[in-house]
Write a protein that binds this ligand. Structure first.
Ligand SMILES: Cc1cc2nc3c(=O)[nH]c(=O)nc-3n(C[C@H](O)[C@H](O)[C@H](O)COP(=O)(O)OP(=O)(O)OC[C@H]3O[C@@H](n4cnc5c(N)ncnc54)[C@H](O)[C@@H]3O)c2cc1C
Length: 477
């Protein structure tokens, strides 16, 4: 099976899947005015595989097969770095927005391989078969991990309603029936398969919640409530990013969905559920930091260009902000590369990014993002939210005033300056700005989740013991 074309991918989404938008059932996600934008954005993945400029990065040959690099199981630090470069390149083509129709799904597939390789029973073979199905058919995948959770301090079995974490409600000889709602699932409206993972470690008696599986997006009982966030009308010049790019999240309801045996990758093993949740996160935080790089690089570039256009490049406070921005982005980049270089061995001959380093990278990115946006907005000026619209520029009566007064330093005309402003406005001040800010805090795990991982990994990799020994030696105790 060759790689799919962008059109074949679009065609595959017309399969009767149950998608809802603002209370109405969506007939066809590829023609819906909001959701189709997310599907077109995702086509970047398939365009890259066809584009001679990207083919070498986007496509690999292994054991006589040709497939998307996303499906290449990482066995070396170099494999991780090439994957990272591909994610960066795709996100750059998305004008700072990640594509994510293979990135997150393959993170889950790598984690499933690593965890099930050590389990007894049919799980590893099932994972392998599913992986080959996805790889050989060039499928788009989403991952539903985050549960509704109810009272955050209570375990799944202690919740007032046991369905607040997705669980098995019926076992049959040929499979299981699951019920629950997963939250914030990215790209679900425009993928072929939905992979479901447990979101946390389970207690000994919580076997019904220790379930991992995958189902096609059009499976009966699977309902996707597409988020209305960011559905406002956009204009090509006024909204240079969001007019062309969008990612769609859903509340993903499993209303007694039947999962056949061959699609069940974990069932009842409470120990393995926790390991699976964590292993997925090890891979996914590396993916996340990879797709944050074009975003923060764009902020840096925008800060430099708009400072130049505003004629303030030489000012002391501007240089101070540049130094902060450079230190921020290059710290995150160095940590990303170091996480690949320090990769750790996993079962199945795989490697995973070093958990401590990648969590420090993600945490550094997340804690600095709002400050980076603040610096850029400060350098740009208030016109980010008061500037003219496309119709004003088109007006023969108004344009002479705009061209006369909205210029920058000598040599920077109003049109050039305002094109830069509109990009920065779309990036930081429209609906996309807050979207990226919430993403920075919560997506791919919240601040606290990262802290937990940093602490745990520092202990597990022996660094805690080493520094205590070092100190004890110095202090003679
Ligand atoms: C745009 C976007 C896209 C996303 N895409 C995906 C996706 O594709 N797939 C997926 O599975 N998930 C996805 N996520 C979910 C993301 O991983 C979660 O948002 C994140 O894990 C936080 O979970 P939550 O949103 O339920 O917040 P909560 O967990 O409710 O966090 C709210 C607050 O409660 C605190 N808290 C939580 N539990 C406890 C506790 N036990 N004790 C004390 N404090 C606690 C947190 O630290 C935080 O301060 C996405 C999120 C966003 C915003």
């Amino acid at each position: 099976m060759p790689l799919r074309t962008p059109d074949e991918y679009m065609e595959s989404l017309r399969d009767g899947r149950e998608v809802w938008f603002r209370g109405e059932r969506v007939d066809d996600v590829t023609t819906h005015p909001v959701i189709s934008k997310a599907a077109r954005h995702a086509q970047i993945d398939f365009h890259m595989a066809e584009d001679p400029d990207y083919r070498e990065l986007a496509v690999v040959e292994e054991d006589g097969k040709t497939f998307s690099r996303f499906f290449k199981i990482p066995r070396t630090a170099e494999d991780l770095m090439m994957r990272s470069r591909l994610i960066e390149a795709a996100t750059t083509l998305g004008d700072t927005l990640v594509v994510l129709i293979k990135e997150i799904g393959t993170d889950a597939l790598f984690a499933l391989h690593a965890v099930t390789a050590e389990l007894e029973g049919p799980y590893f073979q099932r994972v392998q078969a599913f992986y080959e199905h996805c790889r050989d058919n060039d499928l788009a995948l989403s991952v539903a991990q985050t549960d509704a959770k109810g009272d955050r301090t209570k375990r799944p079995s202690d919740q007032e309603d046991p369905d607040l974490y997705l669980r098995v409600v019926e076992r049959r000889p040929d499979g299981v029936v699951v019920r629950g709602m997963k939250l914030h699932t990215s790209c679900t409206t425009n993928v072929n398969e939905v992979i479901v993972l447990p979101t946390r470690a389970m207690g000994e008696t919580e076997g019904d919640w220790a379930i991992a599986f995958a189902v096609p997006a059009n499976t009966p009982g699977l309902k996707m409530l597409a988020s209305p966030y960011g559905d406002r009308e956009t204009r090509p010049d006024e909204n240079p990013i969001t007019h062309n790019h969008k990612m769609m999240e859903t509340l993903t309801i499993f209303d007694d969905v039947f999962v056949p045996n061959d699609r069940i990758f974990l069932d009842g093993d409470t120990q393995a559920a926790g390991r699976l949740a964590l292993t997925f996160v090890e891979y996914h935080r590396f993916t996340a930091v990879s797709y944050k790089m074009p975003l923060i690089d764009a902020i840096n570039g925008a800060a430099a260009v708009i400072s130049d256009y505003n004629g303030i490049l030489g000012a002391g406070h501007v240089r101070e902000k540049f130094v902060w921005l450079i230190t921020y982005t290059e710290t995150v980049r160095a940590l990303l590369e170091k996480a690949a270089e320090r990769c750790i061995p996993k079962p199945n001959g795989q490697v995973a990014p070093d958990p401590m380093t990648i969590n420090i990278a993600k945490s550094t990115f997340a804690h600095g993002y709002h400050m980076a946006v603040q610096h850029l907005q400060e350098l740009a000026g208030g016109i980010l939210v008061t500037g003219p619209g496309d119709e004003d520029w088109a007006s023969e009566e108004l344009r002479p005033f705009l061209s006369k007064y909205l210029v920058g330093r000598k040599g920077v005309d109003a049109d050039r300056r305002m094109r830069a402003m509109r990009f920065i406005g779309d990036l930081t001040a429209g609906e996309y700005g807050p979207y990226q800010e919430v993403l920075a805090i919560h997506a791919e795990g919240s601040f606290e989740a990262e802290k937990l991982q940093i602490f745990r990994a520092y202990n597990e990799n022996g660094r805690a013991r080493d520094v205590m020994k070092l100190f004890s030696g110095m202090a003679g105790i």
